[in-house]
Design a protein around this ligand. Structure first.
Ligand SMILES: Cc1cc2nc3c(=O)[nH]c(=O)nc-3n(C[C@H](O)[C@H](O)[C@H](O)COP(=O)(O)OP(=O)(O)OC[C@H]3O[C@@H](n4cnc5c(N)ncnc54)[C@H](O)[C@@H]3O)c2cc1C
Ligand code: SF4
Length: 330
């Protein structure tokens, strides 16, 4: 591992100043992703700014029933918070579906959103990879891509974003707050991750040196009836092959409001807006749920070895929405 300078920040402006404009410096949250990548040489920061002592570890009410979640809140504390469990249950389920208890005790909200892809070529520094070494190529397109993207990818990168938490936050229109030397800013999660295009190494719209300070969940009554379902190779301690965060408000058998986001299918958590449009005002039946999934997945461009993901996602959408509709009818 390359030698690095370690600093611990006590306040937000101090953290931003310590990082400065140095492209070789990194913030350290729980370290559960960054430190692993440093050990393998994927990340080689010259300076680490530890943000865990910052006063960003609280979850507070925001607006009319929304929540403001500090960037250093741990995954465990987020999942256990009564306001999250009651008002955004899919978020609790998504967080608990990720990693392990020990990792969730360390991992932070900011770090979870910025964790890097698990593509095996990205994490192996002996291989080419456009995301790690721009212009070197993408061996996954013709190589190992069973778990790679079916939506929104490009020939330059077909990796997926690994976060479970991010899928639920995307379904609920979360907004990311950040701080830079020029002052604070905000980005809706929908605009936070950049399209892949020919610059897969540029992952987010955060300005250089930005410190994530928190995430705001706007009030969303529909989220109270929500669910996260994740398919993975093992029952625990495994990343998603596909996942769905869904929320449904049904009245008189008709969909009044719906939120749907898909995980492990694209370089970002994927908001299923085409599916939402099909469903709003439609009968809450399996037939319409399938039509909605088809509308979203019409844009899928699977690779030779990951076509199964399209079928998987269709089935997941139908099962999650059917369960929510049944619950609403009780
Ligand atoms: C074995 C294993 C299994 C896992 N399984 C899952 C899973 O199933 N689902 C899932 O979603 N995740 C999973 N994870 C990933 C885990 O959730 C992430 O490693 C974790 O959320 C990252 O949070 P962290 O605070 O440790 O981030 P760090 O490792 O500290 O940082 C990650 C990145 O974020 C940056 N960063 C951190 N905080 C900030 C901030 N406030 N502002 C700006 N930049 C910041 C860092 O510079 C770094 O680039 C798994 C991890 C492991 C090791
Ligand atoms: S899919 Fe993306 S991360 Fe994986 S090898 Fe290709 S460029 Fe790299």
């Amino acid at each position: 591992m390359r030698e690095f300078d370690y600093r611990r920040a006590d306040d937000v402006s101090g953290a931003v100043a310590l990082l400065g404009a140095d492209p070789d410096a990194r913030y350290l949250g729980g370290g559960t992703n960054l430190v692993d990548l440093m050990k393998t040489g994927v990340e080689r920061p010259a300076r680490i700014v530890d943000v865990r002592a910052l006063p960003l570890d609280r979850i507070e009410p925001a607006g009319d029933g929304g929540l403001r979640i500090g960037a250093t809140v741990t995954n465990s504390d987020l999942a256990a918070h009564p306001g999250v469990r009651d008002r955004y249950p899919a978020l609790t389920q998504a967080v608990l579906a990720g990693a392990s208890g020990q990792l969730r005790n360390m991992a932070t909200v900011g770090g979870n959103l910025l964790q890097r892809t698990r593509c095996g070529y990205f994490t192996d520094v002996t291989k080419p990879c456009n995301k790690r070494a721009p212009g070197s190529g993408c061996p996954a397109v013709e190589g190992e891509h069973r778990n790679h993207a079916v939506l929104g990818a490009s020939e330059h990168c077909v990796a997926v974003h690994p976060s479970d938490m991010g899928v639920a936050l995307t379904a609920f229109d979360a907004v990311v707050s950040y701080e830079t030397a020029d002052g604070p800013g905000e980005l809706p999660l929908a605009d936070f991750y950049l399209p892949v295009g020919d610059t897969p190494h540029r992952e987010t719209a955060l300005p250089p040196g930005a410190l994530i300070t928190g995430v705001t969940l706007p009030p969303a009554p529909v989220a109270a009836r929500s669910r996260y379902r994740k398919v993975r190779e093992r029952a625990s301690y495994a990343f998603a092959i596909g996942s769905v965060a869904g929320a449904l408000d049904v009245s008189g058998g008709v969909v009044r409001d719906v939120r749907l986001a898909l995980g492990a299918v694209a370089s970002r958590p994927w908001r299923a807006r085409a599916a939402e449009r099909v469903l709003t005002g439609a009968p809450a039946t399996a037939e319409y749920f399938a039509a909605a999934a088809d509308a979203e997945l019409a844009a899928a461009r699977p690779l030779p070895d990951n076509g199964h993901k399209v079928t998987l996602m269709r089935n997941l959408v139908v099962s999650v929405l059917s369960e929510l509709a049944e619950e609403a009818a009780r």
